[in-house]
Every structure is written in C-alpha cells, then in structure tokens.
Design a protein around this ligand. Structure first.
Ligand code: SF4
Length: 330
C-alpha cells in the first residue's frame, strides 16, 4: 500500500453532528478528526449507526434538519466546505467530489438511459456538445467494464453489478478529485463484489482520485484501503495503515470487529462477534462508550474517563485507556 502524499486533500477537524429528535439530541458524530490524502483510499468502518455515513453526508453537505453540524471544520484544499456559498457548493460537488451510494437502483433515474444520465452530469457542469458527451459516456462505460451498446439501456435492463458500475461511471464523468463510496458493493454477491473492488482499485490507479470508502465489513477494507478509521458510537476509536491494523489491532472494539467476519485468506477461526448492542446516542455511556461491551474495561476508569485519541507511533492513533505511553493528538 502506498504512503500518503504530503498535503491532505481533505481534513476533517473535530467534526460534531447531532440529530435533534423529540426524545433529545442524538450525538451521532463527536469530535471526529482525520485527513485524507491525494490518491489515497481511506476506509471508514464500524457497525450500523456508528456515524460513518453521517460523516460522509457532512462532507457532501447533504445533511438536512433534523441533522445539524454543531462544530468542527471540513477543509478541502484549505477551503472550509461548511462555509461554502450555494454556488461554490454546487461547483464543488461533481467538479471535485462525487458520490457512489449503496443502492444503485435508487441512485439512478429509472426513466433515463444510462448514457443520458452520464451526459446530463457532464452537460450540467461543462460546456460540451451532446455528441462529445455521448462519446465520453461510451468511453466511461467501457472503462468500468460495461459494453458500450448499453449506453441506451435503462437501469432496469441492467444486472445489479452493471447498475453499480454505471453509477461509478457517472461518478467519474467529471474527473473528480475525491469519490465517496458508501457501501458501494454491499448489495452485490461476493463474486461481483470482488470484481468491482478490483475495478475501483484499477480506476484509482488510472485516474488518481482519492476515495473515502465506507463499509461495515472490515474484510473489504483490507482489500482496498491504504488507511482505515474505525468508528464506534459516533467517535473515531482507531486509525492507521490498514495492513498494520489488520495485523495488530490495538483497540478492543477493532479486535472484536475483525473477529466478527470470516477471513478469506488465513486459517479458519471461531467468529466471536461482539456481545451487546451499540449505545443509545441520546444518552451515551459515560467514559469510554464501548465500556459496557468491553471485556477489558477497567473499573473506575473506563466508565468515568473519556479516552483521548492518542498517537502510538508511526501513523497509528488509538482511543483506549489500555494505551498509556504516547503523545496525545486530539
Ligand atoms: Fe475497553 Fe476501557 Fe479501552 Fe474502552 S477504554 S476499549 S472500555 S479498555
């Protein structure tokens, strides 16, 4: 896996997001910070409801009430996305950022052909003729492994794998610097999933964009990510190079999460799972939010003190009271 380039493409700094409900404020994302570098794949993982999709929606500014960003900054090449005007935001989305959602059928317009959806995206943001855009659309379909004859097909005429490839083609239409992929292969069978992961890696190498790859499945992240961040109950609890985390997870939650999925390579092992359920974020547990489920919890410490995210050497960050000796980074 490659090392990050020097300057971050995007910097998430102490991001806080809450959902205001009749029961109270759900603290969905709390003090989350990480950087994503040019040409890097950063994977964000955790159980459902841990806040990873909320982070993605904050970056794209797709959050709508009752969701509110209550603190932090999101810098894209030093410009704060959260301060962009509607016009700046419109140009930022697509020109520099695009998104691939989990369900391609929901992301695609059922009454427009695949080709016309790619052409629409290009003509909305570029001065380009219909013929030029159609030629480019065919080229993009070929790039993602779809027969160019499919340019005039409607979404319902394509298989699930082809639809997801079509969404990736649309995401590539304006050659963005960052693509957010939110569970892009979850709805697909494992064979198609593997093919598409390989294609995403090849496309990244070919076009040089960065990817924020979101999934609940850690085993996928080792396949595709350079670095990963693990979220639990709205907080980032561990981050670092993916191979290092897989070889030696430091946070008990990361360790348990890794033991919840079978490995494709390596010896067979018993799947342990994680006892209990994630907390109610209207009233999260005091101290470490994982302590009610953690078999290593230290009485009187883990249930009282919030563990800070600390750098433990190299690029590894961990938030756990079991880690003592290190420099505090946030
Ligand atoms: Fe477990 Fe304590 Fe570490 Fe939290 S801080 S993960 S409860 S040992």
């Amino acid at each position: 896996m490659k090392a990050p380039a020097n300057d971050p493409l995007i910097q998430i700094q102490e991001l806080n997001v809450e959902y205001r409900t009749l029961r109270g404020a759900v603290r969905a994302v709390e003090n989350v910070s990480f950087d994503l570098y040019a040409n890097e794949v950063f994977g964000l993982a955790g159980e459902s409801g841990c806040g990873k999709t909320t982070v993605a929606n904050a970056i794209t500014r797709l959050l709508k009430p009752p969701a509110y960003i209550t603190g932090g900054r999101i810098l894209f090449r030093d410009i704060d996305i959260l301060q962009m005007s509607p016009e700046q935001l419109r140009n930022f989305r697509w020109d520099q950022l695009s998104i691939v959602f989990q369900s391609a059928m929901n992301a695609l317009n059922p009454v427009l052909t695949i080709g016309n959806q790619i052409i629409d995206a290009m003509q909305a943001h570029q001065s380009i003729s219909y013929e030029q855009a159609r030629g480019h659309a065919k080229q993009l379909l070929r790039t993602v492994g779809i027969d160019v004859q499919r340019v005039d097909s409607y979404p319902h005429q394509l298989s699930g794998g082809m639809r997801q490839r079509a969404v990736i083609a649309i995401a590539l239409a304006l050659n963005p610097e960052l693509i957010i992929m939110d569970e892009p292969t979850t709805a697909l069978d494992v064979v198609v999933q593997k093919q598409i992961l390989q294609e995403i890696k090849d496309l990244r190498d070919q076009f040089g964009f960065s990817i924020l790859f979101i999934t609940h499945d850690l085993s996928l992240l080792v396949e595709i990510s350079d670095r990963i961040g693990i979220m639990y109950a709205g907080k980032l609890v561990e981050a670092g190079p993916s191979l290092e985390i897989f070889a030696d997870p430091k946070h008990p939650y990361t360790d348990r999460l890794m033991n919840s999925f079978p490995t494709v390579h390596g010896p067979r092992r018993e799947l342990l799972g994680i006892p209990g359920a994630p907390p109610d974020l209207i009233d999260p547990p005091a101290g470490c939010r994982f302590h009610p489920r953690c078999e290593l919890a230290i009485d009187g410490e883990c249930d009282k003190l919030i563990p800070p995210l600390i750098r433990i050497g190299g690029e590894r960050d961990v938030a756990c009271h079991l880690i003592k000796e290190a420099e505090v980074v946030s």
